[in-house]
Design a binder for this molecule. Structure first.
Ligand code: CP
Length: 302
């Protein structure tokens, strides 16, 4: 039987995703795991790009569940000397129980998954960042209750995190109002643009109006070419999340950002460091959400 991969937010059925987030929240509320359900299991972490939160959350989560992590950086594997992704996948996937990969190209993960006996997890590619959005939705539910029927506003670049949010809208039954410069909207979102629950607004203020959550991300992501940086910063300037924009949302709205952030670019310091910001709960919840995902993919339970 083929391994159950998690390359996209769509790789788990919506009902299972909702259950997984509920499991993660229940486990967080209960406290530390006593049973060590992943004792004897191992997770390979193949990170071809830098990471703080994703790598630490997977390693800490595996340790809390009784398992072990094997961290592989680009220059530490034979990939650096030309071994194919397929052969690397066959070898690593025969020894580890899951493999989390961060790479620019989504195709590397698809290639790896096609040859790995063990499940492959998307730890960020240019297409999606599904683990981030599991944690984001969990954070909203933890702090504000049910997300179904609510309005979430994505302001800024329609990037990998935004695409996973687009898929989450249909799974959890909320509206995702996106405000992004039109030129970047067409360039970046492809067939995600018409997913259920996704709405488009030209003006950031219209997207933010009555929203229960405002989310943004950097305007120049890892992998974007450096020559386009100045143009992007200029084009995205009207899409900054400021205190004025937050005031358009519901009074109890939360602010989210996957981090790392650029204060003074996509978000004002007074917003990300202010009372409505939940970015540190969001960061911690990476670990709780991924623990639930690891149990799911490894066929274990608490
Ligand atoms: N949000 C996120 O993926 O953070 P890192 O790049 O630090 O892993």
């Amino acid at each position: 039987m083929a391994a159950q991969n998690y390359l996209s937010f769509r790789d788990l059925a919506p009902a299972r995703t909702v259950e997984l987030v509920a499991d993660a929240l229940a486990a967080k509320r209960k406290g530390r795991d006593g049973g060590l359900p992943l004792r004897g299991r191992s997770l390979a972490l193949l990170f071809l790009k830098p990471s703080t939160r994703t790598r630490v959350s997977f390693e800490a989560g595996m340790a809390q569940l009784g398992g072990a992590s094997v961290v592989l950086t680009p220059d530490a594997t034979q990939l650096a000397r030309g071994e194919s992704v397929a052969d690397t996948a066959r070898a690593i996937g025969s020894m580890c129980d899951a493999v989390a990969i961060r790479a620019s190209e989504h195709g590397i993960l698809e290639d790896f998954a096609a040859h790995s006996p063990a499940p492959v997890i998307n730890a960020l590619t240019v297409l999606e960042h599904p683990c981030q959005v599991l944690a984001d939705v969990m954070t909203f539910i933890e702090l504000r209750g049910d997300i179904a029927g609510r309005k979430v506003a994505w302001i800024g670049d329609c990037n990998n995190v935004c695409r996973s949010w687009m898929l989450a809208a249909g799974a959890f039954g909320f509206t995702l109002a996106i405000s992004c410069p039109p030129a970047y909207r067409d360039e970046d979102v492809g067939d995600y643009a018409t997913l259920p629950g996704v709405a488009w607004e030209d003006e950031p203020a219209a997207a933010a109006a009555d929203a229960a959550c405002i989310v943004t991300d950097v305007w120049h992501s890892m992998g974007d070419d450096e020559q386009s940086k100045e143009r992007r910063l200029r084009d995205f300037a009207p899409y900054a999340v400021t205190a004025e924009l937050m005031a358009k949302a519901r009074p109890d709205a939360v602010f989210m950002h996957c981090l790392p952030a650029h204060r003074g670019e996509e978000v004002a310091a007074e917003v990300i460091d202010g009372e409505q910001s939940v970015v540190w709960t969001e960061a911690e919840n990476r670990m709780h959400a991924q623990k639930a995902l690891l149990l799911e993919l490894m066929g274990a339970s608490r």
